[in-house]
Write a protein that binds this ligand. Structure first.
Ligand SMILES: [Zn+2]
Length: 499
């Protein structure tokens, strides 16, 4: 045991050094590396990955982890959780032949550029064959990893959100289908909110000035983090002392950079507020995917799209854009940032219709994974589902099935976590309202009290608890989608003056 623990800890140090190098390389690639270095960089990444595998699949290390796992009852509670996580991951990796994994990586590299081309030229037929190959591989992956408890699509779902399978997701999405779909259809018959002013011209430097202000509001400490620009905003970090976010500024959309900044800073706050004791362990950096997304969306939608938040901060924004926003009242601004529309593109969807976009993808993935569905029929199914859930006709595949990068990247089972995250957020919010005066704390100069509450209830545990455990601990009950449905209906009934 003692020896196994020493081997585990020394190897973990080595792997941490590799992970840190990979983290910095990937941040650099996404933000400022010159295009010309791509070939050399992938060569060196390839070398690093090979060296990492040599360490992480070495007989000595695998045996040490297995020994610790078999004797985990003798370890302290955090180490028990850590070793279980590491062993489960390792066991999975070892079940898949390395050669097949390498082939798959090559397939994905090819798939990405084919998908780009297909999306650009609205040519699903170009993408279909490679998508077929990816799906075939996913089914093979499922086959390798199936257990008595986890079968088929459940293997993939559980990969992204531990403890969630079709049984849980079906219950979740059925509840949304029953309550939300008719509610959205009703909203769509009402007079649309006028948000034309959002799409005027807004100087990018001034947008950056407001983004900087938001960093202060959210208490983002730049001694431990920084921001850059990238095509698609994201957050990445290493432990609690190095957390980086990116943003994208559009001259013709005022709100895009504001809400993506709040969203990414939400992810960053989670990372920063983890207990430092988890740094350099396998439990560093937050709980599940959906829990991470719940935090970014909590800040973006529940706090950032609230009336109290804008009552406080709109005057600052108005001062920065004194000409453009001169005649726009705070109430008009609040309504504009909460406008609901049955749109085609998931990433541009509003808070209310967003989960319906996810529902389409969940249904598609279920169909893909459960039967021998014809790849060529997928766009038809996609369009049918958009009509059914959002009441909208899809004009072409670029704005339809080809819009997301996920399937080209082999990410099946990932989408549902986005909707689940919002629902976790609403359940946490229900509890927060019992303990804090939310109107007051959302409207304070800085979000110190919101941060402190989330740190105490969620963030400090880092990866040592699953989302199910956190929800139960904080709210005293299991995951319950009704809080999400109630939250959305209450908020949007008020916004659209429904009784
Ligand atoms: Zn996010």
């Amino acid at each position: 045991m003692e020896k196994a623990l020493t081997i585990y800890k020394t190897t973990r140090d080595k792997l941490n050094a590799f992970n840190y190098a990979m983290y910095v390389i990937s941040w650099d690639s996404e933000t400022e590396a010159p295009v010309g270095c791509m070939e050399e960089r992938s060569k060196q990444i390839g070398n690093l990955v090979a060296m990492m595998l040599e360490v992480s699949h070495s007989k000595e290390y695998v045996e040490a982890v297995k020994t610790l796992y078999d004797n985990k009852n003798y370890l302290d509670s955090d180490l028990q959780v850590e070793i279980t996580k590491v062993w489960e991951e390792l066991e999975k990796e070892l079940k898949i032949p390395e050669k097949e994994l390498v082939e798959y990586e090559k397939l994905l590299a090819k798939a990405n550029s084919i998908w780009c081309e297909a999306k650009l030229t609205n040519n699903y037929a170009l993408f279909a064959p490679v998508l077929g190959e990816i799906i075939k591989w996913q089914k093979k992956y499922i086959h390798y990893l199936e257990t008595d408890r986890l079968k088929g699509y459940d293997v993939l779902l559980n990969d992204y959100e531990k403890g969630f399978t079709q049984k849980e997701y079906d219950a979740f999405f059925t509840a949304l289908k029953q309550d939300l779909v008719p509610f959205v259809k009703k909203i769509m018959t009402l007079k649309p909110i006028d948000d034309a002013f959002v799409y005027k011209t807004y100087d990018v430097d001034k947008q950056k000035q407001f983004a900087k202000y938001l960093m202060d509001v959210m208490c983002f400490d730049q001694n431990y983090g920084l921001t850059k620009e990238s095509e698609h905003p994201f957050t990445s970090g290493y432990g609690t002392t190095d957390v980086r976010v990116t943003c994208h500024y559009y001259e013709n959309i005022l709100t895009s950079s504001i809400f993506s900044m709040i969203h990414e800073l939400g992810h960053a706050t989670y990372e920063r507020q983890c207990d430092k004791k988890y740094d350099d362990t396998a439990l560093s950096g937050g709980s599940t995917m959906a829990m991470h997304e719940s935090q970014s969306r909590f800040y973006e939608n529940i706090v950032g799209r609230s009336q109290s938040f804008w009552n406080r901060h709109y005057p600052i924004l108005q001062k920065i854009f004194d000409k453009e926003l001169k005649d726009i009242t705070v109430d008009e601004f609040y309504h504009a940032v909460n406008k609901s529309e049955n749109s085609l593109i998931r990433t541009e969807a509003d808070e209310l219709t967003y989960p319906l976009h996810i529902m389409v993808r969940y249904d598609m993935e279920k169909a893909i994974m459960s039967s021998e569905i014809d790849i060529n029929e997928l766009p038809k199914l996609w369009n049918q589902l958009y009509k059914e859930y959002l009441g909208i006709d899809v004009p072409n595949d670029t704005k339809g099935i080809l819009q997301d990068v996920h399937w080209a990247g082999g990410s099946f089972g990932y989408f549902p976590t986005y909707a689940l995250g919002s629902a976790y957020g609403a359940q946490l919010f229900h509890q927060m309202k019992k303990e804090l005066d939310v109107d007051e704390v959302f409207g304070e100069e800085k979000l110190t009290k919101v941060n402190a509450w989330l740190k105490e209830k969620v963030h400090k545990y880092a990866g040592s608890k699953t989302s199910k455990e956190i929800l139960l601990m904080v709210t005293g009950e299991e995951f319950n989608p009704q809080y999400y449905i109630e939250y959305l209906k209450e908020k949007y009934s008020k916004i659209y003056n429904l009784k």
